[in-house]
Design a protein around this ligand. Sequence first.
Ligand SMILES: CC(C)(COP(=O)(O)OP(=O)(O)OC[C@H]1O[C@@H](n2cnc3c(N)ncnc32)[C@H](O)[C@@H]1OP(=O)(O)O)[C@@H](O)C(=O)NCCC(=O)NCCS
Length: 222
Amino acid sequence: MPPNGLQLLNLQPEHFEALQQLQIDCYPTLDPRELMRIEHFEAQLTRFPQGQFVAILPDQPGLRNAPLTTQGRLVGQASGFFIDFDFNNPGHTFLQIVDNNRFGNHDPQGSYYYDADVSTHPDARGRGIGTALYNARKTLVRQHHKKGIVGGGLIPGYARHKHTLSPHDYVRSVIDGQRTDPTLSFHLRNGFRVRGLLRDYLIDDASDNWATLIEWTNDPKT
Ligand SMILES: CC(C)(COP(=O)(O)OP(=O)(O)OC[C@H]1O[C@@H](n2cnc3c(N)ncnc32)[C@H](O)[C@@H]1OP(=O)(O)O)[C@@H](O)C(=O)NCCC(=O)NCCS
């Protein structure tokens, strides 16, 4: 159940500044050159407004660190675009596929929604906001009869184990339930499966620059 009062809205210019701050708050280990900034949100809004979501909660004492907007505290973001994706040739980096965060590869006819970003403010995690953002994207994918959602998922628990475990063995152990990863466990819980690993996807110390190639399939029967 998402928290009381949660609003999921499409991106609007009044969210830009707060979103820029949310990126900084959510990605402390990511190379700052890979963070989304105001100019990127402007481009994303122009390309594909329906694909960009923000999560807002009423102002409350526990959320004083989350960026403030006129609508309340901005606690989450989900962004992406439609694209054809070939699982037989899946190699890519984050900045390549998201066109340096401007989403210039958006193709309204593309068969997948590419998951560029999903993030929840650290003070608002574990309350179902990330899941609510995925549900909004799944609804978009169903409405447009797309095949599903594809993306590169960080594995921020990996770097601590990199001297003893290969990324493949680490990911396998999370899938098998032997350990949890703050992001991969969330993706699995939201119905994603791991289709492979992407080396040097992002410059992220915590993930040792690795990412999972993840897919959620839009199965009309479910
Ligand atoms: C990954 C991330 C987006 C998850 O966001 P979130 O809002 O905490 O997600 P949810 O609350 O929906 O789910 C998180 C956990 O809370 C639990 N949860 C969900 N609803 C809950 C509720 N109402 N009450 C208590 N716990 C709940 C879920 O079981 C889930 O557990 P899991 O992680 O073991 O699967 C967030 O941790 C984040 O921003 N991380 C940093 C950025 C990042 O890595 N983004 C992904 C890039 S690929």
